[in-house]
Every structure is written in C-alpha cells, then in structure tokens.
Design a protein around this ligand. Structure first.
Ligand code: NDP
Length: 274
C-alpha cells in the first residue's frame, strides 16, 4: 500500500525516530509523537512536510485520545500504528519496589494496550491497518534483573498474539517486533533500582553487562527499521519478526531448552488423564 499514514509513539530517539524517517522515505506520512513534543522539532524539519508532531504520553489517556484525534484531523486515517515507546527498569525482583514494577508496566504494557485500544475501532471500521508492537527478545526469554521489563513485554506479547487472531478476519494485522540489542538511547535511559549484595552474581552481572554494552550494542536501528518496513511490505507478513542475529540465536537456544525440558518430563506430564 502506498501513501500510508503512520502514528508512532516514542519518537524522540531510537527506533521511533528512525521509523518516522523510513516511512517518509517510503512515501508515507507520519504523526510522530513524544511525551516531550519539543524533542521532535528536528525530526519534523527532516520530514519534508510529511511528518506532523504532537504530544503523546502513553501513561496519560487524555493525551492518547488527543493524539489520535490530531492524526485524524491531519490525515483522516491511520494505516500503521507503532507502539514503540518503552523504558527499562533494571533490578532483581527483590530489588525493585511494587511502585517501580507498576511504572514499568504502565509504560510498556498498559501504555501500549491503551493506545492499541484507541486505534482498533478506527482500523476495524476502515477494514484495514497494521498494529506494530515493539516487543523484544525479552518478550520471549528472560535474563536476571529484567524481571519487570519481561513481565511487561511478555504481557504485551500475549495481548498482541490474541489481538492478531481477533483482528485477522476484520482485515487488520498485527506485527510483533522482537529486537535484540540495538544502538539507541535505550541503555542510556534505563532506570536502575537499589542493589542488594545477594544478587551481585545474577542481577548484578546483568547490570555490569548492560553497562559494557552501552554504545557497543551489535545492531543498527536504521537497518532494524528497514527490516520492519520490508516485513510490512511482504506478501505474507509474519506475526513475529526477530531483529538481529543475537535475537535469532537467543530464541533458538531458548526454544531448544524448552523442548528438551518438555521431553524430559513428558512421562510425568502425561500421568494426569482421568
Ligand atoms: P530509546 O530510549 O531511544 O527510545 C524510547 C522512546 O520511548 C523515547 O522516545 C522515550 O521518550 C519514549 N518513552 C518513554 N516513556 C514514554 C512515555 N510514558 N510516553 C511516551 N513515550 C515514552 O529506545 P529504543 O528506541 O531502543 O526503544 C524503542 C522500543 O524498542 C522500546 O519499546 C524498547 O523496549 C524496544 N526495544 C529496544 C531494544 C534496544 O536494544 N534498543 C531491544 C529490544 C526492544 P523520552 O525521550 O521522553 O524518554
């Protein structure tokens, strides 16, 4: 489809910004949003008149409704919604507080869910559209210190896979994107919880690793968004798209371990029939 209209959350940096630019390069038009819209001035200038900007904080329902209305006022439709906004709360389960856990879910899960629910009725009425959910390899497998983030992304995965089955007969598609480590502001923007000595070798090791990985992430977000556009343009887009060799290797290894455990315990699992 040519000349699509995109609504993208979290465009101040990283994937959101690159997606907006790639959409424009593909001939599409974009409503680029951020919770601090003043961060979008340069992006709008780079948009050759095809990027409009507005405020959207995914934790603020009024700003979600206003941004959807602003998109319809500017362009009359929404063809691609990208739930891209995200943040990272880094700490072991015992280290993070319930309020830190809730904040993580508010942005990554409830925020994406609320924006999705604001746009689904429009796409259903149009009988077309694609909802792109920026999940993560961390939406499929886990690492110490990422418990809050995994809880949010795994919730987003279940929500989105279900949504895909409900919307498919109505002409609306869902694409779940699962990046590995990409060189964006993600690592710089992370929030680190209190640290307990008991977790130095688990959560602490992850904390040290993410610090070393900052600005040394193996994947390029420009190439990542090119892959997302290629998937969207393909004849039969996937439900899930892994991004990065690290994500592919990680998932393959994880699934092999999952299946091996199923095999090992199958004899016991099958003892329950009435
Ligand atoms: P960035 O930190 O560069 O971008 C994150 C964006 O989300 C920023 O624009 C940020 O805005 C925005 N954001 C945070 N909180 C809110 C909020 N309440 N409302 C609206 N926007 C908000 O990281 P990425 O580009 O890498 O992240 C984009 C997505 O990709 C995220 O969902 C992330 O989980 C996912 N991802 C990233 C990976 C990576 O390695 N980079 C790996 C796997 C998944 P602000 O500037 O105001 O903070």
């Amino acid at each position: 489809m040519q000349n699509r209209v995109w609504l993208i959350t979290g465009c101040s940096s990283g994937f959101g910004r690159e997606l907006a630019l790639a959409a424009v390069a593909a001939g599409d038009r974009v409503m680029a949003t951020a919770r601090r819209p003043e961060t979008l001035t340069g992006l709008a200038e780079a948009g050759q008149g095809r990027i409009t900007t507005t405020a959207l904080d995914v934790t603020d329902p009024d700003s979600i409704a206003a941004a959807v209305e602003a998109t319809l006022a500017a362009y009359g439709r929404i063809d691609v919604l990208v739930n891209n906004a995200g943040s990272l709360v880094l700490g072991a389960v015992e280290e993070f507080t319930m309020s830190e856990l809730r904040e993580q879910l508010d942005v990554v899960f409830f925020g994406a869910a609320e924006v999705t629910k604001a746009v689904v009725p429009l796409m259903r009425t149009q009988g077309s559209g694609t909802i792109v959910q920026m999940s993560s390899i961390g939406g499929r497998k886990t690492y110490p210190a990422f418990g809050a983030y995994h809880a949010a992304k795994w919730a987003l995965e279940g929500f989105s896979e279900t949504l895909a089955t409900e919307l498919a007969p109505l002409g609306v598609r869902v694409l779940i994107v699962e990046p590995g480590a990409f060189r964006t502001e993600f690592n710089n923007n992370k929030y680190v919880t209190r640290e307990l000595p008991a977790y130095a070798e688990t959560a602490g090791a992850t904390r040290r690793f993410t610090q070393e990985l900052t600005a040394a992430e193996p994947n390029d977000p420009v190439k990542g968004v090119a892959a997302i556009l290629a998937a969207l343009d393909s004849e039969r887009p996937p439900l899930r798209l892994l991004l990065g060799g690290d994500a592919v290797d990680g998932l393959r290894e994880h699934h092999a371990a999952l299946l091996a455990e199923v095999d090992e315990w199958e004899h016991l699992s099958r003892t329950t029939a009435i």
